[in-house]
Ligand binder design. Sequence first.
Ligand SMILES: C[S@@+](CC[C@H](N)C(=O)[O-])C[C@H]1O[C@@H](n2cnc3c(N)ncnc32)[C@H](O)[C@@H]1O
Length: 208
Amino acid sequence: MLRPCIRPESRRTLAHYDAHAESFWQGTRDHDVSQNLDALLDTLAGRRSPPFRILDFGCGPGRDLAELARRGHLPTGLDGASRFVKMARAHARCEVLHQDFLALDLPTEAFDGVFCNASLFHVPRADLPRVFAELHATLAARGVLFCSNPRGDDVEGFQGDRYGCFLQLEGWTELFVDAGFTLLSHYYRPANRPRAEQPWLAMVLGRG
Ligand SMILES: C[S@@+](CC[C@H](N)C(=O)[O-])C[C@H]1O[C@@H](n2cnc3c(N)ncnc32)[C@H](O)[C@@H]1O
């Protein structure tokens, strides 16, 4: 159930995704994010016992929820866009929480992993410490958080109708460490390109 949110960063961003839900699905359903899923699952394999309970934070229409279930894990989705929540439930047939990143209500120590693929950057920088603390609290001991975000030099604001916060490795790491996480590994995407042609930063973080 979506808690009411009056923040324009969420309201406008979610309205954009709702308005473009079908074209987003058609444009991203075949994206290969196996490198990112593997980064989370391989790290978890050394720390927790499968099957893993994974929260897909900003799951969109459910591509990665379906893949996690296909691999034998126990995914739960979370998204604020009501059309994505419906689509994700239909595509992945798992629980999908309808929540705003800025008004979360998460169970404590309920997940082995949190997968944030192209989603955390929608959180305004001032809210990141609180959101990271909530994600830390929803992870079990020795849990792992994965995130992939577009990089930028500490800038934030609306780009069209979507709010984004763009940091580099150092900026993200400082905030995660302050929330109690440890940086375990990172890489840039797409693979095998010069750094200037790698707009995405992927990070794997341990809970403590
Ligand atoms: C770029 S999409 C990524 C979707 C999916 N993880 C993927 O990799 O295809 C960002 C997702 O974050 C969700 N989102 C953005 N802002 C949000 C907010 N304030 N609360 C909840 N969900 C939000 C959007 O609805 C969308 O599903």
